[in-house]
Write a protein that binds this ligand. Structure first.
Ligand code: HEC
Length: 109
């Protein structure tokens, strides 16, 4: 009896530990998560800053431009970014909107 209770506990804690694991990137829906997974690190090191604080433009970008840029490689010539064609339409839209919100935070000051 004791032992089986122990196993039940062990089993439950394994399930809980499993839940703790991060959502795999292909299942992410929040722009913030997608940005954190694919974009943030690189921007922090050599781009416009982790939160776009070194973003050069004066106007926040239009989300559709960001979507074209990251998902379809639009204007790839002037950007040293990889393509993210693995993003779904919804994910590209969510991350683009999140990036615009970051840009606005740093522009409207
Ligand atoms: C390999 C590094 C890298 C990754 C990964 C990356 N970026 Fe960038 N990003 C850059 C750099 C560097 C710039 C500065 C301009 C340039 O050289 O393209 C930039 C600029 C930008 C800009 C500003 C564009 C402009 O016209 O000024 C946007 C928007 C952007 N990134 C979005 C994203 C999004 C969204 C992701 C993730 C899906 C992402 N980036 C992932 C390196 C990266």
């Amino acid at each position: 009896m004791r032992i089986s209770a122990y196993f039940v506990l062990l089993f439950c804690s394994l399930i809980l530990a499993g839940c703790d694991r991060e959502t795999p990137p292909e299942k992410m829906t929040a722009g913030e998560d997608i940005y954190g997974y694919y974009c943030k690190n690189c921007h922090e090191n050599k781009g416009p800053g982790a939160n776009m604080e070194r973003f050069a433009g004066k106007q926040p970008m239009k989300p559709y431009k960001i979507i074209l840029m990251i998902k379809y490689g639009f204007n790839q010539d002037s950007h040293s970014m990889p393509l993210f064609d693995q993003l779904s339409e919804e994910q590209a839209d969510a991350v683009a909107r999140y990036v615009v919100s970051l840009q606005m935070e740093h522009i409207n000051r």
